[in-house]
Write a protein that binds this ligand. Structure first.
Ligand code: PYC
Length: 315
């Protein structure tokens, strides 16, 4: 039997995060991007053991704290889900702040942490509220036309918010939690259309998050979204990297002024507050996302040698 793996579970606006506190693999140092590559190549069983069934479940996002050699950071972080690593994760960073507070390891004030796509900052504002300052974000292409098989033509913007997003307001879908199955099918068809047409992020990377927007009845929000993540799970939270991509587009369109707050509601009704400031050269913006998270479990995961599914069900 391997040593127990201590994890703290939390949820951020309904979206779960499982942070590995001890018992994680040694990835050999280097940048967090290099460590993520080692994690992907050599420790996929570990990833599956943490987040996949029967110990985890499909919507679970895992996080591994790793050493950082960055002069401004004490730690790095690698996020992963049911099918692989994520470049970044906003709801997970909010979960991290609340988890460290629960462990008595968080200070108020800004903390920097290295992600595979750059240094991010988070501040604990109270026991459950965290503000994340994300990596530079931007809209790469506006009003990209696609043909969604079985649905017809549609348009969307391609934007980077720490992950690549296709953001759509013109989709003909009823964005309501009772329609999760239909929304998942539609977003899957959008992903396939992007892939078949060779439409990617600026760096050639796959656009693996699809974000649908709709008006909301909630007076505490400006818009409601549905975000489909790689691995075919929808984000129960408004998605931190997705809200970053959204505020980058709104800033580019002049709909949002620098510093003005955008309140993004998720498909389950939770809300993130996002805003952004232009970088000095005006080509990118720095989003700030505020949300709340709550600890749900403090557990030791056990992998018994005789258990044929100790490393999780492969998807
Ligand atoms: O909050 O950035 C986010 C996120 C990405 C995937 C799931 N949540």
């Amino acid at each position: 039997m391997t040593n127990p793996i201590r994890v703290i579970d939390s949820h951020t606006g309904g979206e779960p995060t499982r942070i590995v506190i001890s018992g994680g693999p040694d990835l050999g140092g280097g940048t967090v991007l290099e460590q993520m590559q080692v994690f992907n190549e050599k420790f996929d069983e570990f990833r599956r053991a943490i987040v996949n069934e029967p110990r985890g479940w499909d919507a679970m996002v895992g996080a591994l704290l790793v050493p950082s050699e960055h002069p401004d950071c004490d730690h790095g972080i690698i996020f992963f889900n049911n099918v692989g690593s994520l470049w970044m994760c906003g709801h997970g960073t909010i979960g991290l702040g609340v988890t460290l507070k629960y462990l008595g390891q968080a200070d108020y004030g800004k903390q920097k942490i290295e992600s595979p796509v750059g240094v991010i900052e988070y501040s604990l504002l109270d026991d459950s509220t965290v503000e994340l300052t994300n990596v530079p974000s931007y809209r790469f292409r506006k009003s990209v036309e696609i043909d969604v098989a079985g649905y017809g033509p549609a348009t969307g913007d391609i934007a980077w918010g720490g992950n690549w997003f296709f953001l759509m307001s013109d989709h003909g879908q009823d964005v309501h939690v009772r329609n999760v199955q239909q929304l998942t099918q539609y977003c899957t068809a959008v992903t396939e259309s992007l892939r078949d047409s060779g439409i990617t992020g600026e760096d050639g990377k796959e656009i693996d998050h699809i974000e649908l927007f709709a008006p909301t009845d909630n007076p505490a929000a400006d818009s409601k979204n549905f975000v489909l993540c790689p691995g075919l799970q929808y984000d129960r939270s408004p998605c931190g990297t997705g809200t970053s991509a959204k505020v980058a587009c709104l800033l580019a369109d002049g709909v949002l002024e620098p510093g003005q707050v955008w309140r993004q509601e998720s498909i389950v009704g939770s809300v993130f507050e996002g805003s952004a400031q232009w970088t000095a050269d005006g080509t990118r913006c720095i989003p700030t996302i505020r949300g709340t998270a709550f600890v749900t479990a403090d557990a030791n995961l056990i992998l018994q040698d005789a258990d044929p599914l100790r490393f999780g069900i492969e998807r």
